[in-house]
Design a protein around this ligand. Structure first.
Ligand SMILES: [Zn+2]
Length: 432
C-alpha cells in the first residue's frame, strides 16, 4: 500500500475562470485514489487563494513537505503541475526534496515521466511555461498601474514633504507647501545640508541629511513623477530646482575614510610594532609612521610613503602576485553561490512588495534590474570561470592591479605578505 497525499490549490482570481475549483480538484483526486487498490489516502492538503509564485505563504504545501520529510507519505497526487508549482526554481527544489525522501508524485491530469532525463527536461519546460504565466500576473498588475498613472494617481502612500494625499492624488498641503519651498531657498542661500536638516526637522522635513538630499533631488517638486511631466502641481520653478541640483552636485564630498593598502603589515624596524597609515598634507599621499615615536616610546622618526612601498613590492613580486590574484579569483567564484541565492530571495521579496502594492512600478523595475545585474556580475558557472582565468593569465598583472580599489589591493597583499619592514632604504618582506 502506498500512503498517498493529495494536494490542491486555487488562486482566488483564477478560481472562477479556469474550471479548477478546489471541489473539482478534490473530486478528481479522491476518485483516483479510490480507484486504485494499492493506494491509501493519508492526508489532504489544500491551499486557498494563494498565487503559486508566492511559495512562502503556502502553509499547507510546507506542512505536506514536512510530512514527506518525516516519512509519512509515499506518493503525492495533484491534478496539474501548475497546481503544485509555478516557479521553475521552487519546482526543481521541491522535486529534488521529494526524490531525496523517496517520495513519488503524479499529476493525474497530465502525463509526466519523471524517471528519465527527457521526462525531467519536459518538467523543466512545463515549469518554465508556468513561470511565464505567473509573470503574466505581474503584467496585469502593471496594467493596473498604467491605468492609475493615466489618471495621475499617486502610486504609493508616501507623498513628498509639502504635499498631501487627496482622493489618490498628491496635492500641495496648505500647511506645509511654503515650508517645502523654503527648503530650496534656504539651501541656495547657505549651501549647507546639515544646517538645513537641523533647522527644519521640527517642521516635519526629513530628519537625516540623506533624507534631505533625496528630498532636494525629488523631481515631484517641479511637477514630475514616474518620469511624467505635469503629473502633479509643482511647488518649485525649474530654475530654482536646477540651481539646487547644481549646488548638490558640487558638494559631493567623499566621506569614506581612506583604506591604507598596507595597514597592519608595516613594522617599525626599531620597536617592531605596527606602523600606522597617515595622510598628509593631502589625502592621496599616504605614509606609514610609528605612532610610538610621537609619544616618546620609540626613536624611529622616519615615515614611508605608500606609493614607494607599493612600487618596491610590485617590482619584485609580480609573478607571485599574479598567482595569488588568480587564486583569490577562484575563491571568490566558489563563495558566490550563497550571495546569488540571497539575491534571488531578495527578488522574491521584492515581487511580494510589488504585488501587495507596497512599492510602485518604478521602484520595482529599478530594484529588479539592480538585483539581476548583481547576479550577473557575480556570475557562477564553473565553465565560464576557467575561461575568465585564462583571459586573466594573458593580462598584464600590473594593469589589473591598477584597476583595484585600495581595499582590494589590501586584501591582495594580505593574502601574500605577513609583514613589511623598512630596511637599508628598501623593504624586507616576510611572506606567508
Ligand atoms: Zn617604533
Amino acid at each position: 500500500m502506498k500512503r498517498t497525499a493529495i494536494y490542491m490549490r486555487v488562486s482566488t482570481e483564477r478560481q472562477a475562470t479556469d474550471g479548477q475549483s478546489l471541489g473539482f480538484q478534490r473530486g478528481l483526486l479522491t476518485e483516483y485514489v479510490e480507484s486504485r487498490p494499492d493506494l491509501i489516502l493519508v492526508g489532504e492538503y489544500m491551499d486557498e487563494g494563494v498565487s503559486g509564485a508566492k511559495f512562502d505563504q503556502r502553509d499547507e504545501l510546507q506542512r505536506m513537505l514536512a510530512d514527506v520529510k518525516d516519512g509519512k507519505i509515499d506518493l503525492i497526487l495533484f491534478t496539474k503541475l501548475d497546481r503544485f508549482f509555478r516557479s521553475v526554481r521552487h519546482l526543481m527544489n521541491t522535486l529534488d526534496t521529494l526524490e531525496q525522501c523517496g517520495c513519488e508524485w503524479k499529476a493525474i491530469q497530465e502525463n509526466h515521466d519523471n524517471t528519465t532525463p527527457v521526462g525531467k527536461l519536459s518538467i523543466t519546460i512545463m515549469g518554465a511555461f508556468a513561470q511565464m504565466e505567473s509573470d503574466m500576473d505581474s503584467v496585469r498588475i502593471k496594467d493596473a498601474f498604467q491605468h492609475k498613472k493615466s489618471k495621475k494617481e499617486w502610486l504609493n502612500g508616501h507623498v513628498p514633504f509639502g504635499y498631501r494625499l487627496v482622493d489618490k492624488h498628491a496635492v500641495p498641503d496648505p500647511d506645509r507647501a511654503e515650508a517645502a519651498r523654503d527648503l530650496f531657498r534656504q539651501y541656495i542661500r547657505h549651501n549647507n545640508i546639515s544646517k538645513l536638516t537641523r533647522d527644519n526637522a521640527h517642521l516635519g522635513a526629513p530628519a537625516s541629511t540623506r533624507g534631505m538630499k533625496i528630498l532636494l533631488r525629488n523631481r515631484a517638486y517641479i511637477g514630475e513623477a514616474y518620469g511624467i511631466e505635469g503629473y502633479l502641481e509643482p511647488l518649485i520653478d525649474s530654475a530654482t530646482f536646477d540651481r539646487v541640483q547644481l549646488a548638490l552636485s558640487r558638494n559631493v564630498k567623499s566621506n569614506t575614510t581612506r583604506d591604507y593598502i598596507f595597514a597592519g603589515l608595516v613594522r617599525c624596524p626599531n620597536c617592531g610594532r605596527r606602523m600606522s597609515g597617515a595622510t598628509y598634507p593631502r589625502r592621496e599621499w599616504a605614509k606609514y609612521v610609528c605612532n610610538y615615536s610621537h609619544i616618546g616610546q620609540c626613536d624611529y622618526k622616519h615615515t614611508h610613503g605608500e606609493k614607494k612601498i607599493e612600487r618596491c613590492l610590485l617590482a619584485s613580486y609580480e609573478a607571485d602576485l599574479r598567482n595569488r590574484y588568480l587564486h583569490l579569483k577562484e575563491i571568490r567564484h566558489v563563495d558566490n553561490s550563497a550571495q546569488i541565492s540571497a539575491l534571488y530571495r531578495k527578488i522574491d521579496r521584492l515581487k511580494d512588495l510589488y504585488v501587495n502594492d507596497l512599492i510602485d512600478i518604478e521602484t520595482y523595475k529599478a530594484d529588479l534590474e539592480r538585483y539581476r545585474g548583481e547576479i550577473k556580475a557575480l556570475g557562477k558557472p564553473a565553465e565560464a570561470n576557467t575561461e575568465a582565468i585564462e583571459k586573466l593569465l594573458k593580462l598584464n598583472v600590473l594593469e589589473i592591479y591598477e584597476t583595484l580599489s585600495n581595499a582590494q589591493k589590501r586584501r591582495l597583499w594580505c593574502s601574500v605578505i605577513k609583514s613589511i619592514t623598512p630596511r637599508d632604504g628598501s623593504f624586507f618582506v616576510e611572506y606567508l
